[in-house]
Design a protein around this ligand. Structure first.
Ligand code: SF4
Length: 306
């Protein structure tokens, strides 16, 4: 079987969140394979755990995939502060004698370093076009946890277990390896149990994760895209924030935004040159009281000057 047939047969999908089928993602004319170890979400430690403990398998698989795709370059992208992960990968790159084909690119610790488009820009200097994908600039980006699944797929082992972080208000924050379908309740118990009676859950990280009320705990199970479970205080910031209705947010936009444009000046997509200006979104939202049609508004889509 070819690489893509093995990935399809093993059921490998992106572990970073979106769950896009990997055999599709690794199609097309790929010049640069980028392996995402920047772990975008604060609090999650899954990718760091995999890089530290399975560096040998990751480097071996990176080279196998690079060769199969015919990609000229292959780069692990991670943060400068990940010293043990950098040491583990560097040692394996040397040991496997692939230092002329597999590279490390280290970045400052900023959000969203692990965003696919940001990572392409950081590693290659190329900008993925608005609404485009990395393949538009000859790149494919694969999360390191997905790369570890590819390692198993190449050995005809299907994707049936998941590494995930369980942290927050639990007795022993940890990274677990559990079979797909394991209940969230069991994962929390494996992390020593919740430290408070009433809590709020997030599936994933605090920035992009899915909020889950405690009452729904027994309806939640680990899937291929579960990267973490956060157990947070019920009266904490994220819990309170997730309860704010859209109408209230619109009222806030109307009353609090002073059009300073800092949000545009610091917007990662705007800084890349994409025609997105959040302060104009705030202005339009405040004036119209609606969210509909904002992203297709020609004024908001104006390209940044310079
Ligand atoms: S939303 Fe943007 S423009 Fe409005 S006050 Fe905040 S940073 Fe300034």
């Amino acid at each position: 079987m070819s690489l893509k047939e093995k990935l399809f047969a093993a059921g490998v999908v992106g572990c970073g969140g979106a769950g896009f089928p990997t055999h599709v993602k690794l199609s097309g004319n790929i010049e640069h394979l980028i392996l995402n170890g920047a772990e975008c979400e604060p609090l999650l430690r899954t990718d760091r755990y995999i890089m530290t403990n399975f560096a040998k398998e990751l480097v071996q698989t990176a080279e196998a995939v690079r060769a199969e795709l015919g990609a000229e370059d292959c780069t692990f992208g991670l943060k400068k502060g990940y010293t043990s992960e950098i040491a583990a990968l560097s040692a394996e790159i040397e040991a496997q004698k692939v230092s002329n084909r597999i590279f490390l690119h280290t970045m400052d610790s900023f959000y969203p370093a692990g965003d696919e488009q940001t990572l392409v820009r950081e590693v290659t200097g190329k900008t993925v076009p608005p609404a485009g994908i990395p393949l538009d600039v000859g790149c494919a980006v694969t999360n390191v946890a997905t790369l570890y699944c590819i390692y198993h797929a190449l050995r005809d082992e299907p994707f049936t277990a998941k590494y995930l972080t369980v942290t927050g208000e639990v007795a022993h924050p940890t990274v677990l390896k559990v079979p797909l379908g394991t209940s969230f309740r069991e994962c929390i118990e494996l992390a020593g149990g919740a430290l408070c009676d009433e809590y709020f859950l997030v599936s994933g990280g605090p920035m992009m994760g899915r909020p889950i009320p405690q009452e729904q705990l027994d309806k939640e199970y680990v899937t291929k895209t579960t990267s973490g479970i956060l157990v947070l205080p019920k009266d904490g910031y994220l819990s309170n924030h997730s309860a704010i209705p859209i109408s209230h947010m619109l009222n806030r936009a109307h009353s609090a935004c002073i059009q300073c444009s800092y949000c545009t000046q610091m917007c990662p997509r705007h800084l890349m040159g994409h025609p997105l200006q959040p302060h104009l979104i705030m202005r339009k939202t405040a004036l119209s009281g609606k969210l509909d049609g904002l992203l297709s508004d020609p004024e908001i889509q104006k390209r940044p000057a310079g």
